[in-house]
Design a protein around this ligand. Structure first.
Ligand SMILES: Cc1ncc(C[n+]2csc(CCOP(=O)(O)OP(=O)(O)O)c2C)c(N)n1
Length: 297
């Protein structure tokens, strides 16, 4: 089972993968995350799982990065504004080649470079330290404007969940985005509609989210894409390339805790340790999904 993914990675790490390859890869990453989070008894499964296809597609289809040279100045930037989903980012970066996959089981251990929230000074490939919700978009806009000043054409992707949208700073950034129009800046929302201890509608309703961004003057994608359907994610990438009106917003419909039926859509699995019993009943679902995706290759 693992061999198919290993050979896919060794053949295609440097070239854009297609929708089926991305789906298989994301399923394998989701399973790998589940294993580490269970082993370590800590971390955030819900939001790491909901973003699995999105980050996989970004790094294995779209982003221009050099894992051997993480500080390459012309690289595209990615800011995981929902920094608690760090296990997702670490799994991607390790498999992309920024550091060894052998480091992943050390997640959140003393001395590991893979701490609970991403650190740009510790972990190769992390473009910005995050964890306090709400900063990512402001930072991404700053990075994009810095690229403008230095004449660079790299892209900047900021990903957040709903938590960042509950922070006033995000809306200041939305206003400044409309004013300064940072080129190649894309704000991607992993819209799973569940937060740390409840549904967004209970905590702070965001509806109508796309219309709010339109009213602020952003270039908003024509539809909400399915963030677990890799072909739809590739369609959203095509939309990103379709015009030069900046900044752009894409909202992806996702499911928190995707892949383990009894964890899906439940705030209880935002950051709870994965106990042995839940692991034993949840893992076969993820294995079956991986098998199906591999069979479709
Ligand atoms: C400024 C700030 N306030 C509170 C928290 C605690 N916190 C961590 S995750 C989270 C909820 C995040 O929800 P969402 O962005 O929807 O994350 P996802 O469902 O994608 O995991 C909260 C409130 C924080 N990290 N930063």
């Amino acid at each position: 089972m693992e061999d198919i993914i290993t050979s896919l990675l060794s053949k295609k790490k440097e070239t854009p993968m297609d929708a089926k390859e991305l789906a298989a890869l994301a399923a394998s990453f989701r399973l790998a995350m589940f294993d580490v989070l269970h082993d370590r008894g800590t971390g955030h499964w819900g939001g790491a799982s909901s973003a699995a296809e999105l980050t996989t597609a970004l790094y294995f289809n779209r982003m221009n990065v050099k894992p051997a040279d993480p500080q390459w100045e012309d690289r595209d930037r990615f800011i995981l504004s929902k920094g608690h989903a760090s296990m997702n980012l670490y799994t991607i970066l390790a498999n992309k080649g920024f550091f060894s996959t052998d480091d992943l089981p050390g997640f959140r251990t003393l001395g590991s470079h893979l701490q609970g929230h991403p650190s740009m000074v510790k972990t190769p490939g992390v473009d910005m330290s995050t964890g306090a919700l709400g900063h990512g978009l402001s930072i991404g806009i700053g990075m994009s404007l810095a690229s403008r000043l230095s004449g660079k054409k790299n892209w900047t992707y900021v990903m957040s969940g709903e938590g960042c949208l509950n922070e006033g700073q995000t809306w200041e950034a939305v206003m400044s985005g409309a004013k300064f129009r940072p080129e190649r800046l894309v704000y991607m929302i992993d819209y799973n509609k569940v937060q740390l201890d409840g549904c967004c509608d209970e905590i702070m309703p965001l509806h109508p989210l796309a219309d709010k961004f339109k009213a602020f003057g952003w270039n908003v994608a024509p539809k909400m894409y399915d963030g677990h359907d890799t072909q739809e994610i590739l369609d959203s990438f095509a939309w990103m390339d379709s015009d030069d009106v900046w900044p752009k917003l894409v909202i992806y419909n996702t499911i928190k805790g995707k892949g383990v039926s009894f964890m899906e859509g439940k705030s209880a699995w935002h950051g709870a340790p994965i106990d042995d019993k839940s692991y034993a009943s949840g893992r076969p679902e993820l294995e079956a999904d991986l098998k199906n995706k591999e069979a479709a290759l």
